[in-house]
Design a binder for this molecule. Sequence first.
Ligand code: FES
Length: 110
Amino acid sequence: MDFEKTVARQALIEGGKIVVEVGGHSILLCRLQGEVLAVQNQCTHAGSRLEAGLVAEGSIRCPLHGVRFDLRSGKCLNVRLGCAPLRCFATRETGDYIEVEVAERQACTG
Ligand code: FES
């Protein structure tokens, strides 16, 4: 597994989010209950960037049309729309930095 150093750990506070570029991907990092979660920063509904979305109860709501995605699994939580899941990336905190795995961790199937 290849991990790439991104931002300082203290740059991502509890409940916060930040965008990083890793391996040619725009990735949204969120810290929930101390854990750093990483998903693609692009909604699978119509391509809006997710960084301005509201994070609540372990999910992010797309700012364009309101589709919600689970931040741990990437799963679309709006059953009627049934959008493809977000791509998820592995993370780790090493020293003072957050690292993101360059390879995709999973493509959730729901
Ligand atoms: S682009 Fe995200 S919900 Fe439509």
